[in-house]
Design a binder for this molecule. Sequence first.
Ligand SMILES: C[S@@+](CC[C@H](N)C(=O)[O-])C[C@H]1O[C@@H](n2cnc3c(N)ncnc32)[C@H](O)[C@@H]1O
Length: 229
Amino acid sequence: MQSKFFDKETHYHLGRADHAPSVASFLAENFDASKTCLEIGAGNGRGTKFLAAHFNKVIAIEPVADLSATDIDVFNAKNVELHSVPIQEIDGLNLNFDYLICFQATHWIYDSDQYQKFYTRAKKPVLDISTQVKILNQPEFFRELVDRHKIEDSYRGFDYPREDIFEDSYEIRYPAEKVAHGICSTSWIDHRAFAEILQTIEQRFGEQDIEVRVTTQAKKVGPPKEGIS
Ligand SMILES: C[S@@+](CC[C@H](N)C(=O)[O-])C[C@H]1O[C@@H](n2cnc3c(N)ncnc32)[C@H](O)[C@@H]1O
């Protein structure tokens, strides 16, 4: 089955903000480094690099080939084992793991029965660590831009129950191109409008970078059976 994430990977790779650096100390304080961590939906390894720096072993699952390209350094690390398959197909792999930590991916795991199995096997509650960007310069202009390119009734993933346990944020300036890729990386925006979105931002901001606040949150993800909407 093709991932519902298909077509978003390039924009995702080029547009998404880094997770807050303090994720490293959060892991150090809460997880035994000698254990093995499973990550589902590893994407371009933006989160995997935190796991690889902390855990003895990381098993990363990522079905979209462009995102899990082997030229991404972290996937070549000695303690990282990458499997380019969707969660529906990982039964045969006989994975042995202690923790299950995902980065902005549990809502994409639409095979909830399969997720339930992995959820039950994990030693600690499943974590989903996600990062959101808030544009600080001319937010009204960006809201209108995003609204103009919204896809009605787009797939937004499962709404598993969550509980916030950690939050940190930082401010940074991004060029127009990064912001345009970031906008197009979300599932509810028509990514084919990328050139138009970029041009609109460039017309407004010229060479000026755009100020944003990046917020990373770690959430405990509850039993999937109860939370599917
Ligand atoms: C929002 S991205 C997050 C990527 C990365 N973890 C990060 O922090 O940037 C969600 C990821 O889940 C993956 N995904 C989607 N459906 C999946 C499935 N059925 N099984 C495993 N991973 C899946 C997508 O390919 C995508 O890389």
